[in-house]
Design a protein around this ligand. Structure first.
Ligand code: E4P
Length: 214
C-alpha cells in the first residue's frame, strides 16, 4: 500500500522519506496557506525531494481554466499530478489532461458514483474523503469499501484509490484491510502509527533488566 504525506511542508516530506513512507505527497490550498510558503516554490521543492507524484490542486473551476492551470503545473516538475475537484468541468478537464499524458487526481470525492465517473474519465487517482464524512455522522470508511468493490468488479479500471481526509490510525488500518491502493496522512499520524504503549513499556523493562546484569 502506498503512503502519501498530506502536507505542504518539505520538512515533513523529508522525515517521511527517511522512513520509506513518502510514496507521494498531497497538497491542497488550505495546506499551502498553512505552510506560509509561496505555492510554486513549495511544490517545486517537494517535487525535487521525492520521485513519486505530488498532487497540486487547481483553483480554476471552468474546464478551460482547469486545463490551462494543470498544464502550467505540469511544467514545474515531471512528477506533478494535477489535483482537480470532481465536478462536470473537472471530469471534462481530466479527460483532456489525461489524453495529453498529464496525470490527474480527482478530489473531494464523497460518493461511490463520483468515484465511478472519475474512473470513466480516466483519472490516474481519486481522493475520497473519509474524515469529513465522519464529521457529519456518515461513516467515511463505508465509502471506501464501496469504491473498492466497484473498482474490483471492473478490472479494466486503472484509477488508484488514495484515501484522504484521514484522522485516525484506524482509518489507515481499515484502508489496508479493504485493499485501497494508498492513504494520505499528515506526518503526526505516521508517528502515531509507529508507536504502541506496550512497545514503550517493553523497552523500558528490557533496559532496566539489562542495567541489573551489567
Ligand atoms: C488530501 O488530498 C486532502 O486534501 C486532505 O486529506 C483533506 O484533509 P482534511 O479533511 O483533514 O482537510
Amino acid at each position: 500500500m502506498k503512503f502519501f504525506v498530506d502536507t505542504a511542508d518539505v520538512g515533513d516530506v523529508k522525515k517521511a522519506k527517511a522512513l520509506g513512507l513518502a510514496d507521494g505527497v498531497t497538497t491542497n490550498p488550505t495546506l499551502i496557506q498553512k505552510s506560509g510558503q509561496d505555492f510554486k516554490k513549495a511544490i517545486v521543492e517537494i517535487a525535487r525531494c521525492i520521485e513519486g507524484p505530488v498532487f497540486t490542486e487547481v483553483t480554476r473551476e471552468d474546464t478551460q481554466g482547469i486545463v490551462k492551470e494543470g498544464k502550467e503545473f505540469a511544467t514545474w516538475a515531471s512528477n506533478v499530478v494535477v489535483k482537480i475537484p470532481i465536478t462536470q468541468s473537472g471530469l471534462e478537464a481530466t479527460r483532456i489532461l489525461e489524453s495529453e499524458k498529464i496525470g490527474t487526481a480527482l478530489t473531494l470525492i464523497f460518493s461511490p458514483t463520483q468515484a465511478l465517473l472519475a474512473a470513466k474519465a480516466g483519472a490516474s487517482y481519486i481522493c475520497p474523503f473519509v474524515g469529513r464524512l465522519d464529521d457529519i455522522s456518515s461513516p467515511g470508511m463505508d465509502l471506501i469499501g464501496q469504491i473498492v468493490t466497484i473498482y474490483s468488479n471492473f478490472p479494466e479500471i486503472q484509477t488508484e484509490i488514495i484515501v484522504a481526509s484521514i484522522r485516525t490510525t484506524v482509518h489507515v488500518l481499515e484502508s489496508a484491510l479493504m485493499g485501497a491502493h494508498g492513504v494520505t496522512i499528515p506526518f503526526k499520524l505516521i508517528e502515531q502509527l509507529a508507536r504502541h504503549p506496550l512497545t514503550d513499556s517493553g523497552i523500558s523493562r528490557f533496559l532496566e533488566d539489562w542495567k541489573k546484569v551489567r
